[in-house]
Design a protein around this ligand. Structure first.
Ligand SMILES: [Fe+2]
Length: 239
């Protein structure tokens, strides 16, 4: 039996970036994460979607408790963003609504014509306490290996649920760089949440900072979820 906390660290709110955000989409994902037994959900929508600020605001309205921490019916929620970089590639920045808002302000306007360089993103986010993860580092056109030793400035590299056949390669390259790996579902559809997850020892107050500490101690292991039958059955269900 697995003992510890299960954390999903890569989850989107929208199925289609160009369609308007609806709060019900966020609620559905929060409920799904909680109902399937996850303890932690990081919401990491693309920072360059037009309604990014509205999503962040909705997250705070639904999950805020006035203490800075986010919670949804027992589920610990972390605010984050997936930030695309000019070189081609994506970085997950996981923190709090305040730090995500500050990063967005520093990088604004974030859109396809104004993406930060990798170094620019590192500089803009360095003092904000984020857990920074190199997302799907093997993805065609978004390979992160081109960034060389600078990659080590990130806290971890991601094993992405959509690219599990490349998990071994990510693990090998991460080992060579001396970096830990974490897993992320990259869920755009709510039924994709938990395809993979991270298992860590119980922490009373889980934040991006305590997650980083657990990573440094080598206490986080990634696991495959067991949701394929449900996913296949539910593919026709709306976003
Ligand atoms: Fe993603």
């Amino acid at each position: 039996m697995e003992v510890g906390m299960k954390a999903e660290l890569h989850c989107h709110v929208k199925l289609f970036a160009h369609r308007p955000f609806r709060p019900a989409q966020l609620q559905r994902r929060l409920n799904r994460a909680r109902d399937m037994g996850l303890d932690v959900l990081a919401v990491t929508e693309h920072m360059d979607v037009p309604d990014f600020r509205g999503i962040l605001q909705c997250l705070e309205e639904l999950c805020g408790r006035g203490t800075g921490a986010l919670e949804w019916r027992g589920l610990t929620v972390l605010a984050g963003a997936e930030v695309s970089i000019k070189e081609g590639g994506d970085v997950l920045c996981i923190g709090t609504p305040e730090t995500v808002r500050e990063l967005e302000k520093r990088l604004a306007p974030v859109n396809a014509d104004n993406l930060p360089s990798f170094k620019g993103l590192l500089d803009a986010s360095g003092d904000l306490g984020f857990l920074r993860i190199g997302a799907h580092p093997c993805r065609r056109g978004k390979e992160l290996w081109k960034l060389g030793p600078m990659l080590k400035k990130l806290d971890a590299l991601e094993i992405n649920a959509t690219e599990l056949p490349m998990a071994g390669r990510v693990q090998e390259r991460a080992k060579n760089l001396g970096m830990p790996v974490v897993a992320g579902s990259d869920a755009h559809h709510w039924l994709q949440i938990g395809r993979v997850y991270n298992l860590l020892p119980p922490v009373e107050k889980l934040t991006a900072v305590t997650l980083k500490q657990a990573l440094l101690r080598g206490e986080i292991v990634w696991c495959r979820g067991k949701i394929w039958p449900v996913l296949l059955k539910g593919l026709r269900v709306s976003s």
